[in-house]
Design a protein around this ligand. Structure first.
Ligand SMILES: O=C[C@H](O)[C@H](O)[C@H](O)COP(=O)(O)O
Length: 232
């Protein structure tokens, strides 16, 4: 898939998800290039249809984009529940386990997912895979980085500290932490791995989302339109 086709697929998925937002909803706003299209389209619908939407951002990126789009933004502690969250993913398996955190936002994304009644995952077709195989982002308290790396190697992973692109040194998350990208090869038991990773002292959250399949709908953008994926 060319970069242009890929962006168009993301736009189609993001826009389709935004159409599911209804007047009066509290909506979780995901992070990343696909979720940004949904934010943009929700903003347009607020202008065009005069619907009332309260947006709950999952990152500074989504808070800023939502503000630009004219969406009223409230932080997560300001609401008791979220009607619908629209978010992207780095990989989606056949059972709707996810790998998230390519944008280092997975901790807040998981908090928002947890508070949500329904979750729309928007992606292009390259994100769909029978099993999870992509590196797992793990948010780590900087003080604990070396020890966490040792635990991850003992679990069979190969951790790499994520480097910033336009700054020397590590990526710093919105929570002030580092991210270790951890390659495990094919992940046969994602829930068990997530539990082990999340139990390491100094780990804030790993990017494996394994507990939300029941409330997830996956929308895949394609040149002919948007396809809803069936969970197996
Ligand atoms: O931390 C970032 C998020 O989990 C993103 O939703 C994920 O990385 C997908 O991003 P994109 O839509 O840009 O591929």
């Amino acid at each position: 898939m060319s970069k242009q086709h890929n962006l168009e697929a993301k736009r189609i998925a993001g826009y389709a998800a935004a159409e599911q937002v209804q007047d009066g909803m509290v909506v979780g706003l995901g992070t990343g290039s696909t979720a940004q299209y949904a934010i943009q389209r929700v903003g347009e619908r607020i202008q065009e249809e005069r619907i009332a939407v309260t947006g709950i951002p999952t990152s500074y990126q989504s808070a800023l984009r939502a503000r630009e789009a004219g969406i009223l933004v409230v932080d997560l502690p300001g609401v008791s529940s979220i009607d619908l969250t629209i978010d992207g993913a780095d990989q989606i398996d056949a059972r709707f386990n996810l790998i998230k955190g390519g944008g280092a936002a997975h901790t807040r994304e998981k908090c928002v997912a947890d508070a949500s009644e329904r979750i729309l995952i928007v992606a292009d077709a390259t994100k769909v895979s029978e099993c999870l195989t992509a590196p797992v982002p793990v948010e780590v308290v900087p003080y604990a980085t070396v020890g966490v790396g040792r635990h991850i190697r003992a679990l069979g992973g190969e951790p790499v500290i994520r480097e910033a692109v336009r700054k020397d040194g590590p990526v710093i998350t919105d929570n002030g932490n580092f991210v270790l990208d951890c390659a495990f090869g094919t992940i046969n038991e994602p829930a068990a791995l997530a539990a082990r990773l999340n139990a390491i002292p100094g780990v804030l959250t790993c990017g494996l989302f394994t507990e939300y399949a029941e409330k997830i709908t996956v929308l895949i953008g394609e040149s002919e339109g948007c396809r809803t994926l069936t969970r197996r």
